[in-house]
Each structure stands twice: as C-alpha cells, then as structure tokens.
Design a protein around this ligand. Structure first.
Ligand code: COI
Length: 353
C-alpha cells in the first residue's frame, strides 16, 4: 500500500530537551489508516497532527474497544535513529487486537509506516540524557452505533511525543502503594492485553495512592490479594539475596518488552533469575530478614525505575534505604546504552530508521 503524505504548513516550535515531562507535546505529523470489512486496512496516510472529528456515538467512547502500544526512538551520537525491538511491540499489538475483537494489522507494513513517520519528524527526537521520542500506536472502534458488539470499522493512528522521564523523580526511587482492596485485572480478563480500559480501571486506586504521596500502585492478584502482579505502568522485579525474581506471566499481567529484555540481560550476565509467584508477605519477610536487596519497575515509559519505599496496609518499608540499587543502575545504564547506540548492540535489539 502506498502511503499518502500531506505535510504540515504550520510547523510547531520544538520544546527544550531538558524539561519535557511525559507525553505533553506532540510532533508535527501523525500516521492514520482506516478499516472496513470490505476494504480491510486502507488509505494509509501521514497528515498534520491534529484533532479528530468523531460522532458522539462513536463506539470506543462508550465501550472502550481500544488497544495501544508504547515504543521509543532514540538518536545515537553518530546521528542514527534507533528503534528498540519494535517487532515485539507490533506482535503484542496483534495479540491485544485478538483479545479485543479488533482486526489484525500487518506488522511489517506498520513498521515501515512508523519508520517513515519517525524519519519525517526526526528533528523532534530529543538528545538530552534520559529523553526519547515516544511512539504511541493505537486502534479504536469507530462505528457510530450504540449496540454492544465488536465494531465493523476501526481507526489506527500513530503519533509521536518527545519525552523525558515518566516520573517526576527521574531515575530516583519512587514510593509505591500496595493496593489491598481494588484489583486491576483478573485471569481470563483483559489484563495481559494492552487495552485502554485496563488503565481506566486502575485510576481510582492510583488517585488515592497519589493523594498519600505515592507515585503508583502495586497490584496484587484479584482472587487472594496476595500475589504480586504489576505496577500499572510497569512490570516489577525484586532482588532477594542473589536471586532476581519477577512475577510469572499469569494471564493478568502485561508481558512487557523491557521486562523480557531485563530477563534476557540478567541471564546473559549469568545471574540467578526466576519468573515465579511472589507473595507480598514474601517481600515483607525478605525485608525483615535483610534479604530484600532491591526492587524496581521496568517499562518503555518507565525504563528502569527503582522502588525506594513500599506501603502495604499500615506497614511502610524502605528498600535499599531508599537509594538506587546497584543492579537497577547497571540495568538502566546497559539498556539505555544499547537503545542510544552508546554500547554495542550484541543481542541485535535495535533497528535503524
Ligand atoms: C509504556 O510504558 O509505554 C506504557 O504504555 C505505559 C503507559 C501507560 C505510560
């Protein structure tokens, strides 16, 4: 399919690289295409970034039939623009599509479209340490019909946002509230898909956690409220003595690309790594006995975010005395080093635009 290109006639001023925050400014262009059962995905185009006109009855606004992805492009010192394991995101997008009754996309075509878009807006890629061009592909149900059923028509859009760190704290350790009552996802639900509604479901608990000074919520399993699952915008790892453990993918946890990359790196370093069930009691007991060495989150937006404090019921503990752990720092340096071309990409994870 040929991608039609309409360039903006009013290019925007690019922001300073130093105080970007996360997802507040958007580049000049976006990619779009439409789906109908008759034509499949069609009319791929790059157009100026701007508002969409939608009827109030548009299905996604009512029933949240929508999925999304999060990826990043980096500018290497030699000027190359690098994507990080983009095919894994597009494969995951299709798994999310399947769960949400959305027609699949062609990952190779979308990757080419995404590269064309990033290349067009490449001057927007920030270069300050810890910054990147965040890429947000998403698909939503576009039928203006109120009956509850999978839509016939969809829109697929990719837009771009120069970003700094996800948390105001940067790479400094965050405080996390362990949610004892609300749940994010239940096995058999949509928790392992990157479905828009999963994030709405988490807002109530996050609001309460924020009000008490915590950055985010650590979700426990929905049945027993014991097993650690994930932290809304990131997967979670614990270092117990020499073992680095993360919750096994149970069906209600998002299979993160950075989670997978951290597991690959740790294994390549010969470390003892497990994907298994972890109870919140185990985390607290390890803290009491002195074997809980570090805790950190992983995600595209969050990169590696050390956890300095956990609050579960009335028990607040400090992890690694609230400091960045040695392992979290090493993972952060290695991952961002590979992503930005500063370190050799021995595992073949980056792809040039
Ligand atoms: C990402 O890490 O890219 C995500 O999609 C998390 C997000 C909700 C900010």
């Amino acid at each position: 399919m040929e991608i039609r290109v309409q360039l903006t006639t009013t290019p925007k001023r690019k922001p300073e690289s130093t105080n970007l925050g996360f997802g507040r400014v958007f580049t000049d262009h976006m990619f779009m295409m439409d789906y109908t059962p008759e034509q499949g995905w069609h009319d791929p185009r790059i157009v100026p970034y701007g508002p969409l006109a939608l009827e109030p009855a548009t299905a996604v606004l009512h029933y949240a039939q929508a999925v999304f992805e999060g990826m990043k492009a980096f500018r290497a010192q030699d000027g190359r623009v690098l994507l990080f394991r983009p095919r894994l995101n597009l494969e995951r997008l299709n798994r999310s599509n399947a769960r949400m009754c959305i027609p699949p996309i062609d990952p190779e075509f979308v990757l080419q479209a995404l590269k064309q878009l990033v290349n067009l807006d490449r001057d927007w890629i920030p270069t300050a340490p810890g910054t990147a061009l965040y890429i947000r592909p998403f698909i939503f149900a576009a039928d203006p019909i109120l009956g509850v059923h999978p839509a016939r028509t969809y829109k697929f859009i990719i837009f771009l946002s120069p970003v700094g760190s996800y948390y105001a704290q940067g790479i400094n350790p965050v405080s996390i509230y362990v949610e004892p009552e609300y749940v994010r996802a239940v096995r058999g639900g949509t928790g392992e898909a990157k479905a828009a509604g999963n994030y709405a479901a988490g807002l109530k608990a996050q609001q309460a956690a924020n009000a008490e000074g915590h950055a985010q919520v650590l979700w426990l399993d929905a049945l027993e409220h014991r097993y650690v699952e994930e932290v809304g915008a990131m997967n979670v790892f614990f270092k117990f003595g020499d073992e680095v453990a993360t919750p096994a993918l149970s069906g209600s946890i998002l299979p993160g690309i950075v989670r997978r990359s951290v597991l690959d790196l740790l294994r390549s370093w010969g470390m003892e790594v497990s994907e298994r069930r972890i109870t919140i009691e185990e985390v607290y007991e390890a803290h009491s006995s002195g074997t809980l060495k570090e805790a950190f989150g992983t995600g595209t937006a969050a990169v590696i975010s050390p956890i300095g404090r956990l609050a579960w019921r009335d028990q607040v503990i400090q992890v690694n005395e609230g400091r960045i752990g040695e392992l979290a720092q090493k993972l952060y340096d290695t991952l961002t080093g590979i992503q930005t071309g500063r370190l050799p990409d021995e595992l073949g994870w980056t792809e040039e635009v």
